[in-house]
Design a protein around this ligand. Structure first.
Ligand SMILES: NC(=O)c1ccc[n+]([C@@H]2O[C@H](COP(=O)([O-])OP(=O)(O)OC[C@H]3O[C@@H](n4cnc5c(N)ncnc54)[C@H](OP(=O)(O)O)[C@@H]3O)[C@@H](O)[C@H]2O)c1
Length: 239
């Protein structure tokens, strides 16, 4: 592991970093002196990542060769964050892209993954509104398949399922809930903070957590909030 004056430099392989939540992750990680290696498609806008000091690897998350080469070259000692999304159902980044990343991690021996999925995927689908299912039910099925694939790979995995994403400034109110029953929204910048916090919190490994802003949360009475500082202490983990 490389060292600088501030201590060990941590390395992140970032998938989905060209915009949205992924870009916020890159920005925050660089501010915290992470080395960030981000995959970007050739026609994507990646100048912002370069300006942040990220290393940009040109490639496509749907192409196993591209992702495996990136993991092989840059994966040693790295953690992986995926905020991939989009593309046609059946060959989407939400599913196929995530599976490609997972396979590359397994081959390269990279173990830690924070995967951004969505409320409405997996066991949270039962609590999704009819409106949401009608709008993006097929995408949520893709995300459900991706979650299952990542779990099956036996990685050191944290799945985060955000509610509706907002491109508003961070409120600091982003929170993780250990229940699939919550609803709410969260700023992408706050979600990025939670992603980084999970990477600092070994107790988040093996968990699937809902991510919404405390000020917007609704659901069962008194949903159990697992803020990262408490995640680190198993005694505080809820039912
Ligand atoms: N929008 C919401 O309200 C909402 C709610 C819950 C969960 N989510 C999920 O949260 C995550 C982040 O969403 P977001 O809206 O912040 O981000 P986003 O704008 O959907 O960004 C998706 C990222 O994936 C990249 N990508 C897509 N296909 C790719 C491919 N084949 N190869 C390489 N990169 C590829 C995109 O790159 P390009 O720039 O090249 O396209 C982009 O960087 C996504 O998984 C999304 O599904 C979204």
């Amino acid at each position: 592991m490389p060292w600088d004056d501030a201590g060990p430099t941590r390395r992140m392989l970032l998938f989905g970093g060209t915009r949205g939540t992924g870009f916020e992750v890159g920005r925050l990680a660089r501010a915290r002196s992470w080395e960030v290696v981000a995959l970007a498609r050739p026609k994507s806008a990646f100048d912002g990542l370069t300006a942040l000091g990220c290393t940009v690897v040109i490639g496509d998350a749907l192409e196993p060769h591209d992702v495996r080469a990136m993991a092989r070259t840059h994966g040693q000692g790295a953690v992986v964050v995926s905020t991939l999304g989009g593309g046609p159902v059946g060959r989407s980044a939400d599913c196929w892209g995530v599976m490609t990343v997972v396979d590359a991690m397994v081959i390269a021996g990279v173990r830690r993954l924070v995967l951004v999925s969505s409320l409405g995927a997996g066991d949270s689908r039962a609590f999704a509104s009819d409106k949401l299912i009608a709008a993006i039910g097929a995408v949520l099925e893709e995300k459900t398949r991706a979650e299952a694939y990542a779990i099956g790979a036996g990685l050191d995995l944290t799945i985060l399922r955000p509610g509706g994403l907002l491109s508003t400034p961070a409120t600091g109110g982003g929170a993780l809930f250990d229940t699939p029953r919550v609803h709410g929204r969260i700023a992408r910048a706050d979600l990025a903070h939670l992603i980084l916090d999970c990477l600092d919190t070994p107790a988040s490994i093996g968990r699937t957590l809902s991510a919404v802003d405390r000020s917007t949360v609704s659901g069962p009475p008194d949903p159990v909030e697992l803020i990262p500082a408490r995640l680190a202490r198993p005694a505080c983990v809820g039912p």
